[in-house]
Design a protein around this ligand. Structure first.
Ligand code: SF4
Length: 83
């Protein structure tokens, strides 16, 4: 995404993002390793729904966003009718 295309609300949720405080290592695990810790942090994050929406809108393919792994987001897209 280009910076100039970001709205204030795009940026606001990132300021509340818990992963910005914990570091992003948990959120981009090596293939096959656990995403449990990332999901636990997402579960406590106030930005979770905005984060998930952002990831779906921007077709983020890697890592945990909004508490969902890449496979889970793919599944969500399919069940939602290919957003
Ligand atoms: S929901 Fe998870 S990935 Fe998204 S901002 Fe919060 S902690 Fe980060």
């Amino acid at each position: 995404m280009h910076i100039e295309a970001m709205t204030a609300s795009d940026i606001a949720w990132q300021e509340q993002a818990l992963c910005a405080q914990t570091g992003t290592d948990f959120f981009f695990p090596e293939p096959g390793s656990s995403v449990r810790e990332a999901k636990r942090i997402c579960g406590l994050c106030e930005s979770r729904s905005a984060c998930l929406e952002y990831a779906l809108d921007n077709d983020e393919r890697f890592g945990v966003w909004g508490g969902l792994s890449e496979k889970e987001r793919l599944h969500l897209r399919r069940t939602e009718g290919g957003r």
